[in-house]
Design a protein around this ligand. Structure first.
Ligand code: ATP
Ligand code: ZN
Length: 294
């Protein structure tokens, strides 16, 4: 094993796979992945990727098979509750894989109070997180552990309610279930174990974090350009979301209009563009930003 490389565990197949690979590629890490590969080596940086089931990622890091991993908060917290001595650090929330762990009940459940769950059977793949939530709320229920297809448990009369991940709520709807309460919010996290990295590994880690910050900032920001009447420049520039110092340039052939270029750090919505137009701006262009470095 080459001690000067770092290993990152990512989900092999499933909801986090594509966004994890895209993020690493946006960070300038070059690699070629083939369908059944268990690992691959980056061609331009000392980084190896390991492709595994998401549930195995915290264990692989705690056991120091990999230094880093990308995994949902839900899997991570369930692991931490089951392994209280394992020390894993969240380095960065990654802004993808957003979902929530919720308790859902059949549509015909008549009581909306939490205590309606008392003495009921609740099916879940997250027994530790559910138990913690029930304890905090003084509810005694029977937890049924299932590793998949939790949403069909009430129809099969394996359980009365479920505790599962929800993003749009479509799966719940299709199974005649409705959300009763949110247990936790989750998103993908870059995680690491507590073992010290050597200097070379630390440098790669710093580079990776710097680039992830750059990618996140660029994703949140837009480059905006428009023409504005000279006499309403201040008013118009005040409408720009999160833009600190717009560049103002003369427009060839016009005395009363200027070109304004700015980085808007908070996303630019149609409402903002309409307000700019009302204030006299014209030829408005909004463009994505690929990379940003302070
Ligand atoms: P694996 O084969 O790796 O064990 P899986 O079936 O457990 O895959 P996926 O359904 O691909 O996992 O979900 C992976 C992660 O994606 C979840 O743990 C969660 O963090 C996140 N996620 C985001 N939205 C949802 C959603 N609607 N349902 C389930 N997971 C979601
Ligand atoms: Zn899984």
């Amino acid at each position: 094993m080459n001690q000067d490389r770092i290993r990152i565990a990512i989900q092999k197949k499933g909801r986090l796979n594509n966004d994890s690979l895209t993020l690493l590629r946006c960070c300038g890490i070059k690699f070629r992945v083939q369908a059944n590969d268990l690992y691959c080596f980056s061609e331009n940086l000392p980084i190896d990727l390991l492709f595994v089931r998401d549930d195995d990622i915290p264990t692989l890091i705690a056991d120091d098979i990999c230094e880093f991993g990308i995994v949902g908060d839900n899997v991570l917290q369930e692991f931490e509750l089951n392994n209280p001595t394992a020390k894993l650090t969240r380095l960065k929330a990654l802004d993808f894989g957003q979902c929530r762990l919720s308790i859902a009940v059949p549509n015909n459940w008549s009581n909306n109070k939490l205590n309606s769950l008392n003495n009921k059977r609740i099916a879940t793949s997250y027994p530790a997180l559910l138990q913690q939530f029930l304890n905090k709320n003084n509810i005694e229920a029977n937890i049924i552990r299932l590793s998949g297809s939790v949403e069909i448990a009430p129809q099969l009369d394996i359980a009365d309610a479920i505790c599962d991940l929800v993003s749009t709520g479509k799966t719940l709807e299709e199974n005649n279930l409705r959300e009763l309460v949110v247990v936790m919010q989750s998103q993908a996290q870059l995680i690491k174990n507590n073992k010290n990295l050597n200097q070379t590994q630390q440098d790669i880690c710093d580079l990776l974090l710097r680039r992830i910050n750059g990618v996140q900032k660029a994703n949140e920001s837009k480059y905006i350009m428009f023409h504005a009447p000279t006499n309403s420049l201040t008013e118009i520039c005040n409408l720009l979301p999160g833009a600190e110092t717009p560049t103002i340039l003369p427009l060839e052939g016009y005395q009363d209009k200027m070109a304004v270029h700015a980085v808007a750090s908070e996303g630019v919505f149609w409402v903002t563009l309409e307000k700019l137009k009302q204030a006299g701006a014209s030829s408005i262009l909004v463009m994505p930003i690929e990379k940003m470095l302070d």
